[in-house]
Design a binder for this molecule. Structure first.
Ligand SMILES: Cc1ncc(COP(=O)(O)O)c(C=O)c1O
Length: 395
């Protein structure tokens, strides 16, 4: 039986050599030449002035939140966060300061990201603001797809609301020639094992503001003040979030292959689209106008309630095809029970004609992600397509 995984990394000889070089030179930790080189190359590619390499995408997001707190001296942000995303989009907002002032916003029916249009219609961040930056928002770009109306939101509100883009899943996607993650105050990327490029675990924080970059960099290294007699003087409560030289060397080797990875993901996406969208039973995310999108994880949502996604997944698993459900809405997670969250949630326009459900709930109930590894062959993809189409007809 075949075994077709969901999304695995592609590691070659170049990566092995790069890691071996670190081991031989003893630059295994957060000192070493590769970290600055990786930061520089990454910042250049996404078109950002500064990049801070971190131990994970979650660490990058947490550093963004903590830096926003330091800059504004505001511990009491109202956080607008997606209910449809991976938990790490939201958790960093509550790590240090408690889960107060969280407004979960529903998913955009077209892009599945946080619905900015709904915010335009329902919240005016310019009204009732005590001082600038009482609000912070985390906007994810999911499965490779940019959030819609990003530039419009930034133009209107960048001076009123701290904007953190969770671009962890969207390396290689642009809107109007601008890379996702470079619209707001901060952009966060992930190099987890299943991401577009991997460093094992790793992340990158990008910003155009030198002060933000310096605070984030310092916080990532225990907030130690360099070059003073007392090496153990810290000017803040810092974290051990710095990327290691081994991770950065691996990242640089992967980064050189990014163009071919992006190309392959686009091919995979097109082959799935051509076969699976024909009947109209499934819909995909839609790319905003003028965007150049690279799918990261190919995901679909059924247009009716008739499809039993769990049964379909079981049948595909039986054929050796790994799939995944879309996210369970974050506001419904058990660990959020009893926390001081804000109600009502800003739930929104309906995507698939059920007025009584949030879009996030519908995506969870009807959505599925399919194998999307760069290394998947056409033959393997045809096998997935064949069984996906066959098995759903059995249900
Ligand atoms: C949307 C989203 N946000 C945040 C993260 C966290 O990234 P990491 O796993 O590198 O901590 C991930 C990936 O795992 C993600 O998919």
């Amino acid at each position: 039986m075949k075994n077709i995984p969901l999304c695995i990394p592609t590691i070659g000889e170049e990566e092995k050599e790069a890691v071996m070089e670190c081991l031989s030179s003893n630059f295994v930790s957060s000192a070493g030449p590769s970290i600055a080189l990786f930061e520089e190359a990454f910042a250049k590619y996404v078109g950002s002035k500064y990049a801070v390499a971190c131990s994970s995408g979650t660490a990058a997001l947490h550093l963004a939140v903590e830096t926003a707190n330091r800059i504004t001296d505001n511990n009491y942000f109202k956080y607008f966060v997606p209910t449809f995303s991976f938990a790490a989009s939201v958790n960093p907002c509550v790590y240090s300061r408690g889960a107060t002032n969280l407004y979960f916003v529903d998913a955009c029916p077209e892009t599945w990201s946080l619905d900015l249009q709904h915010l335009f219609n329902n919240v005016n961040f310019e009204n009732g603001v005590r001082s600038s930056y009482d609000h912070c928002i985390v906007i994810p770009h999911l499965y490779g797809y940019p959030a819609k109306d990003m530039q419009k939101f930034v133009n209107k509100y960048k001076k009123n609301i701290f904007i953190i883009e969770d671009a962890t899943e969207s390396l290689g996607s642009f809107v109007d020639g601008k890379h996702v993650g470079t619209f707001g105050h901060f952009g966060c990327f992930s190099f987890n094992g299943n991401k577009m490029i991997t460093t094992g675990s790793g992340g990158m924080l990008v910003t155009d503001n030198i002060e933000y970059a310096e605070i984030a960099r310092s916080l990532s290294q225990q907030a130690k003040i360099p070059n003073i007699k007392n090496e153990y003087y810290h000017n803040d409560i810092g974290y051990n979030y710095r990327m290691t030289n081994i991770q950065a060397a691996l990242g640089l080797a992967q980064f050189r292959k990014l163009p071919q990875f992006l190309q392959r993901k686009k091919e995979i996406s097109k082959r799935y689209d051509d076969s699976l969208l024909k009947g109209g039973s499934w819909v995909r995310q839609q790319a905003p106008e003028n965007s150049d999108v690279t799918m990261w994880l190919y995901s679909l949502c059924h247009t009716t309630f008739k499809m039993d996604i769990d049964a379909l997944r079981d049948r595909l698993a039986f054929k050796g095809i790994e799939t995944r459900k879309l996210w369970y809405p974050l506001h419904k997670q058990k660990y959020n029970n009893g926390r001081n969250l804000y109600y009502p949630f800003l739930f929104n326009r309906d995507i698939l004609s059920r007025k009584d459900k949030s879009t996030a709930q519908l995506l969870w109930e009807r959505g599925i992600s399919l194998p999307s590894s760069v290394s998947m062959t056409d033959e393997e993809q045809d096998y997935v397509i064949e069984f996906f189409l066959n098995e759903q007809n059995q249900l």
